[in-house]
Design a protein around this ligand. Sequence first.
Ligand code: C5P
Length: 304
Amino acid sequence: MSSVIGIDSRVRIRTNAKLNLFLRVVGTRPDGYHELETIFHGVGLADDIELLPTSTGGIELDMTLDPDLVGDLPTAEENLVSRSIEGLVRSGAINPGIKIHITKRIPIAAGLGGGSGNAAGALVGLSQLWNMDIDPLALHGIAMSIGSDVPYCLGGGTALAMRRGEELTPLPAPATIWFVLGISFRPLLTRDVYAAWDGMDPVDDAGSAPMTFALGAGDIQEIADLLHNDLERAAFSLWPELAGKKQAMLDAGALGAAVTGSGPTVFSIARDEAHARAIAGQVKERFDRVIVVSSHPRCVERID
Ligand code: C5P
C-alpha cells in the first residue's frame, strides 16, 4: 500500500458495529465510571472512513448519513475521531494535514458502538497512513482515553471486557449468529442511563460464565436464553415504551432479545437468516428501522 516515498496516499477503513450479549454493572468507581463485566459480539453493519492526506496541517472532517438514518451528525468536537487524532498527536505523531470522510450506516448513539468503532478505525488508519511504529499497549491506552468501548473496537469479534472495558479476553463463539436490530431514533444518553442505574436497587445478578460456555458450545438457543443487560432496567425506566419493543421481538418468535449497551437499540436472536427476516417483517412497525445482521469477526478492517 505504501508509495515510493513511504507515505500512503489514501487509507479506507471499515468499522463494524457491536452488540452486548451480556452486561453486568459490577459497581461504581471513585471516578464516577462503572466497573463492568460485558461480552461484546461484532456484527456486520459498518461505517466507512476515508483518510486523505493534505498539507494544511489541520483536520477536515465531514460525514454523510445513510439515507435511511435520521438525526444529527455528531459535531466535530463530539466526534470521537477528532479525539483519536489528538491522542496520536499527544503520543508523538505529526499531523501534516488530514481530510476525513465518514459514511455513517450505524445508527448514532444507539448502543451499537458506531462512534467507538470510528475512533478505533481512525487510530488504526492514521497510524498506518503516518507510518507510526506504535506499540499496541500505547494504542490501547490512547483508545481507553477516548472511550470505554474503543479498546474492544481495536480488535472486535467476541470478547469479555472487565473494569471500564479495557481488560479484554477474546472468547470462542459461533462464526454466524443471526440478529434482528430494532432501531429507535430517540436519543438515550449513556451517562443518563448509568445515572438511572445508580438510583435503582442493586440486584444480585449472575456472572457471565454461563454465557461464555454457551458461546463456546455454539448453542444458539442457550445464548439467546442467557442474553442479559443490567442497563436495560435503567433504559426502560427512562423510556418505558422500550420494554414493549423488546417484548414485540419475543412475540414475533425470536429466541431471545435484549437492549444493547445503554440502548435504545433492541436486538434479538434468530435461528437462521430466514427466521431473522420473518421476525424483522413482524416487528417493523414497532421501530424506526429494523436491520437483519449476522456476526462479524472484526471491528476495524482496511478496505483499500
Ligand atoms: O467512556 P464513554 O465516553 O463511552 O462513557 C460515556 C458515559 O457513560 C460516561 O460519561 C459515564 O457516565 C458512563 N459510563 C460509565 N461506566 C462505564 C462506561 C461509561 O459510567 N464503564
